[in-house]
Design a protein around this ligand. Structure first.
Ligand SMILES: [Zn+2]
Length: 264
């Protein structure tokens, strides 16, 4: 197969893949969300797609079309849903989207469905949809399995120290910060304008949420920390760490055979 992307395959090639042992599809999920003045709205979807493709090549999986809309951006992790450029779906919609799409892949014969999350707020709604779909499929076929993972959880401590030499403040405030900007500088440098980065201290956030949101409590840049220290070289370190760790977790979790790896 010349491409790991399902949307590039014809139906016969797709069907042949489905007949394989340990057939696995990775569904990348993102959002349409502002990422400050220096990056485009599609960052989360672009990053999860690129990482999914690299992992798919390692483990012999296919990559489904990305989920381009995500659950509501929240002030404490994405700057807030009020910001122009952010277009979201409700939790109920997200659950049903995941449940329907995962259910359809399992019905077509995939053994394993992996959802690779690229938008912080999506996680629990994907969890619900994936759990429901797998439970339903296993009523008639006990081999169906699912895995849910957010790519940033696979950055190891050594990489973290190298990328954040002044200390790491947490993934929630990395929205539009060094992690995403470095990965974009590596994967889509033409889509990043470092001259437009707003260099501000990390957002000081409450440890609770209020309704309605108060737009004055998050930086007007739309980012929760500064991307000024982002580089393509850091992006390369992050990408390599995440690709390797995700692939080895999936190989051991799904008992993928060596023969199915690199089989494209
Ligand atoms: Zn993002």
């Amino acid at each position: 197969m010349s491409s790991v992307f399902l949307e590039d395959l014809d139906a016969d090639t797709y069907a042949q893949y489905l007949g394989r042992e340990a057939s696995t599809v990775i569904i990348p999920t993102g959002a349409t969300e502002q990422h400050g003045p220096h990056m485009p709205l599609g960052v989360d979807a672009m990053l999860s797609s690129a990482i999914a493709a690299a992992v798919a090549e390692e483990i012999g999986a296919l990559v489904a079309p990305v989920f381009s809309y995500g659950y509501k951006s929240q002030p404490r992790s994405g700057g807030g849903d009020h910001r122009v450029g952010t277009t979201s779906v409700s939790g109920t919609t997200m659950i049903h989207l995941v449940e329907d799409v995962v259910g359809s892949f399992l019905e077509q014969g995939f053994q394993n469905v992996v959802v690779l999350n690229g938008h912080f707020e999506n996680y629990q709604f994907i969890y619900e949809g994936l759990d429901n779909a797998i439970a339903k499929a296993r009523a008639s076929r006990t081999s169906a399995r699912g895995v849910l993972m957010s790519y940033w959880d696979f950055v190891d401590d050594a990489t973290l120290q190298s990328v954040f030499p002044n200390g790491f403040l947490g993934w929630d405030i990395e929205h539009g910060g060094v992690l995403e900007t470095s990965l974009m500088l590596l994967l889509h440098p033409e889509k990043v304008d470092m001259s437009r980065v707003v260099d501000h201290p990390p957002a000081q956030l409450t440890n609770y949420d209020i309704f309605p949101e108060d737009p004055t409590r998050t930086p007007s840049s739309g980012c929760l920390s500064s991307a000024i220290d982002a580089t393509a070289e850091k992006g390369q370190q992050l990408f390599a760490a995440v690709r390797g760790a995700l692939a080895s977790a999936l190989i051991s979790e799904l008992q993928l055979m060596a023969a199915t790896r690199k089989a494209h």
